[in-house]
Design a protein around this ligand. Structure first.
Ligand code: ADP
Ligand code: ASP
Ligand code: MG
Length: 406
């Protein structure tokens, strides 16, 4: 007998029939003698609808109230899942974030889980009850509802698994595992039987939406055994594991893309000490994350062109911050481009192999795709290209690294 956590994403609970289907999977695990806790997302599309209501109500709204509204979808699913389980004869009870309680900090809209009080839930589980926890939500130190950022039910599930000391955390979704690239745009993508925490962390943070980045961070920190699998098929999924559990390490194991970035270029900024600090300081103060940066120095003019990327949602704010704080730098022009995509190749094998970047640049050049910005780390290389090339570039790289399924 084991203690397990099961998570069902939006498409897996998109209507009452699917809730029943998910409940059947939970019933089977409970019938096998396991103690089960379930984390549920809102029905597909519901959170988007709630976000839209907030946007319609005010241009900029109080994030505490945003959280009250957008967390509502998970309450519905938690109750429905408990009802569906009771209908099949399984004792089940729903828990909202504050009832558990899932304690978070007060960063409304993207709060971090600080601790989970699992005593009551454990007691109920030991008494044979299945605990259905509303994902994506928690409670702040002053007792307000918080949400964990989009896709946050993955993080609720992994945090719950860590707090419960669960044997595994099964993430049920609409694909049957983690693939070498998004199977929706790369038809030849292959399912990975195993992926390392580190690679999964890079894949997630570089755009693969299959797991929320923070859920992977937490799983890695607490050694939670995460499995990604389908709610609709009965095939084995993908296990997220330590590097030493993978015998044959691929040089490149996955390709991710993110359309969430926008590019800003400052032309002819004076080339002297302190200039980068003068630009990036005010952005940091405004809590705007800068991702890729490239600088071209021109020796004749003693000036430099500086290009960097920020989140698309932060683009307007970033431009305003620069216009307000950097006028004294006498740069010639500020230009921006939202039609860009960041494409990344990821693999732990890169640490010990040369030529991976070269292969990427050659493959993109072969398709006539211009690279605008490059950034690298130990196990990934990212490039920024025009958004219209997303599919072409991802597919070309997938083939170039030999990842295509037969
Ligand atoms: P859920 O609602 O279950 O949380 P998500 O939509 O958040 O599901 O995540 C699953 C989706 O992630 C898939 O439908 C797929 O399009 C996308 N995805 C992106 N990259 C990958 C990848 N490398 N492997 C699998 N799925 C991926
Ligand atoms: N319902 C939330 C969202 O759509 C959380 C989740 O599904 O994980 O972002
Ligand atoms: Mg998700």
């Amino acid at each position: 007998m084991a203690r397990i956590v099961m998570k069902f994403g939006g498409t897996s609970v998109a209507d009452v029939t699917r809730v029943r289907n998910a409940a059947e999977r939970v019933r089977a695990e409970a019938a096998a003698g396991h103690q089960v806790a379930v984390a549920v997302s809102a029905m597909a599309g519901v959170t988007n609808q709630l976000v839209d209501y907030v946007d319609q109500a005010a241009k900029i709204s109080d994030l505490r109230e945003y959280d009250v509204v957008v967390s509502a979808g998970e309450q519905v699913t938690a109750g429905l899942m408990a009802i569906a389980l009771q209908e099949t004869g399984v004792a089940a009870r729903s828990w909202l974030g504050w009832q558990v309680p899932v304690h978070t900090n007060d960063a409304h809209g993207s709060a971090r889980i600080e601790s989970i009080g699992v005593e009551q839930i454990i007691q109920r589980m030991e008494d044979g009850q299945v605990a259905i926890v509303a994902g994506f939500q928690g409670v702040s130190p002053d007792g307000r509802i918080t949400t964990l950022g989009r896709g946050g039910t993955d993080t609720s599930a992994v945090a719950l698994a860590a707090a419960l000391g669960a044997e595994r955390c099964d993430i049920y979704t609409d694909v049957d595992g983690v693939y070498t690239s998004d199977p929706r745009i790369v038809a030849k993508a292959r399912k990975l039987d195993r992926v390392t925490y580190e690679e999964m962390l890079e894949l997630a943070s570089l755009g693969a939406k299959v797991l929320q980045t923070r859920s992977v961070e937490l799983a890695m920190k607490h050694g939670v055994r995460v499995q990604v699998l389908s709610s609709f098929e009965n095939s084995p999924g993908t296990l997220v594991v330590d590097e030493d559990e993978i015998v044959e390490k691929a040089i490149v194991s996955g390709i991710a893309y993110s359309r969430d970035e926008a590019k800003i270029t400052l032309r002819q900024v004076p080339d002297r000490p302190g200039v980068a600090a003068a630009i990036f300081g005010p952005l940091a103060q405004a809590h705007i994350n800068v991702d890729m940066i490239v600088q071209n120095v021109s020796t004749e003019r003693e000036s430099t062109d500086l290009t960097f990327t920020v989140g698309k949602a932060e683009f307007d704010r970033a431009v305003k911050v620069i216009e307000k704080n950097c006028a004294h730098l006498d740069y010639e022009e500020l230009s921006g481009d939202r039609n860009v995509v960041k494409i990344s190749v990821i693999g732990v094998g890169m640490r010990s192999h040369a030529g991976v970047a070269q292969q990427m640049f050659t493959a993109l050049a072969g398709k006539g795709i211009n690279i605008q910005v490059i950034s690298t780390s130990e196990i990934k290389i990212s490039v920024l290209v025009a958004e219209e090339y997303t599919e072409l570039a991802v597919r070309a790289l997938h083939s170039a690294y030999g990842l295509d399924a037969d």
